[in-house]
Design a protein around this ligand. Structure first.
Ligand SMILES: C[S@@+](CC[C@H](N)C(=O)[O-])C[C@H]1O[C@@H](n2cnc3c(N)ncnc32)[C@H](O)[C@@H]1O
Length: 205
């Protein structure tokens, strides 16, 4: 997917995203952030923050920066920041494949439902590793293609449709881990049968 079509698709979603996806996405977002063990004063980057479903989960004693390509999605995130008085959180428009922060700017990075949306997940991960400190934590919530052969065939078949509605369904978890260069310490699904993995990784530089 190209950046311009991603912007168009998510501008279209922005008004209905929470209604459509909160019930599906929020439980894993909440779980993952609660297990991040964020310490007072730490700086956290939320990549592809979208409408800000994650924002209420970040403790007030850390500093959070959320970035997203879509200004329409960010508008919703800004509404939440204002409504809930989340003064420790800033959001800004930015391409996650070219992050405008210096090396080692963040202690932790959170990325939910984004690696299969960006045009190049490995460029994204290389930027994430650059701006995250050495030994910092990178937490990813995402769909990866199933290890079940039948489901994998279906996912491959529906991939062109998925791309039209905003993500790809054929990203391979093993290849993603190997190529992203992260030291993945934990990977699991919240339920036995789930479509989304949660990865806890350390940024070894
Ligand atoms: C499925 S939504 C996930 C939003 C949020 N993280 C969540 O879990 O609800 C994908 C988000 O990634 C953003 N996105 C896609 N490509 C991006 C890029 N290159 N840079 C920054 N954000 C991007 C989209 O605008 C969209 O808000």
């Amino acid at each position: 997917m190209e950046l311009e079509s991603i912007k168009k698709i998510y501008a279209g979603y922005s008004n209905v995203y929470d209604v459509l996806f909160k019930g599906i996405f929020y439980p894993r977002i909440k779980h993952a952030i609660n297990y991040m063990d964020i310490r007072p004063g730490e700086r956290v980057l939320d990549v592809g923050v979208g409408t800000g479903l994650s924002l209420s989960e970040f403790p007030g004693y850390c500093k959070v920066v959320g970035i997203d390509l879509s200004t329409a999605m960010l508008r919703k995130a800004k509404d939440k920041i204002r409504k809930h008085g989340l003064g420790h959180i800033d959001v800004m428009s930015m391409d996650a494949m070219s992050i405008g922060f210096r090396d080692d700017s963040f202690d932790k990075v959170f990325i939910s439902h984004v690696v299969s949306v960006v045009p190049d997940p490995y460029k994204l991960m290389s930027e994430v590793r650059r701006v995250c400190k050495k030994g910092g934590q990178v937490v990813i919530v995402n769909h990866f293609k199933s290890s079940n052969k039948v489901v994998e065939v279906v996912e491959k078949l529906i991939n062109p449709v998925c791309k039209k509605i905003g993500w790809r369904s054929d990203l391979c978890l093993t290849e993603f881990i190997n190529r992203s260069g992260l030291n993945v310490r934990q990977k699991y699904m919240l339920k036995k049968l789930d479509f989304w993995h949660i990865l806890f990784a350390t940024n070894e530089k």
